[in-house]
Design a protein around this ligand. Structure first.
Ligand SMILES: [Zn+2]
Length: 171
């Protein structure tokens, strides 16, 4: 089976599993993570100066799923090159503390975009940033962490209180 067909087959199998599963609920959350100031972008050594404009907005998004036993699982994605361990540790720690979702039920996935800001602690040695450029990266990373939590919180809230059944998403 060709790769795209295999992906579609897997998607349909998963979708069917979700549609057939009684008692599951889902909620979505999203937060903008477009930098508010010029910032060094990730992934190319030939880039030697900060960004000059915004071509597209960047987002972090979350899906929360509540199973029939009442347990929540949260999947978070982000338009970013990648994040270091401390970032996911802090994000998961806050989700555990404030949303009561245990670490083993939290997934964080990055798109690995090379058109997004450098993240503090993620291969930062490669860029040799100092002064104002390093401070902008630090500010952005803190903002991104806040927004990732906001997306997760929004998804969890909608999942628990707006009672959106997964089956409705297939109609
Ligand atoms: Zn890469």
């Amino acid at each position: 089976m060709r790769a795209p067909l295999r992906v579609i087959a897997i998607f349909l199998a998963l979708a069917r599993a979700a549609i057939c599963a009684e008692g599951f609920q889902a909620g979505l959350g999203r937060a903008d993570i477009t930098p508010a100031e010029p910032i060094r972008l990730a992934g190319y050594a030939s880039r030697t100066k900060p960004s000059e404009s915004v071509a597209q907005h960047l987002f972090t998004k979350a899906l929360a799923v509540r199973d029939p036993a009442g347990q929540l699982t949260i999947i978070i994605t982000a338009d970013t090159i990648g994040v270091p361990r401390w970032f996911t540790d802090q994000l998961a720690g806050r989700i555990e503390a404030e949303l009561k979702v245990p670490r083993e039920r939290i997934v964080f996935a990055c798109s690995h975009s090379h058109s997004t800001p450098v993240i503090d602690g993620c291969l930062t040695d490669m860029y040799g940033l100092a002064g104002a450029e390093a401070e902008a990266v630090s500010r952005y990373t803190k903002f991104f962490l806040e927004q990732a939590f906001a997306a997760a919180q929004g998804a969890a809230y909608r999942c628990l209180y707006e009672l959106f059944p997964i089956a409705a998403s297939a109609r």
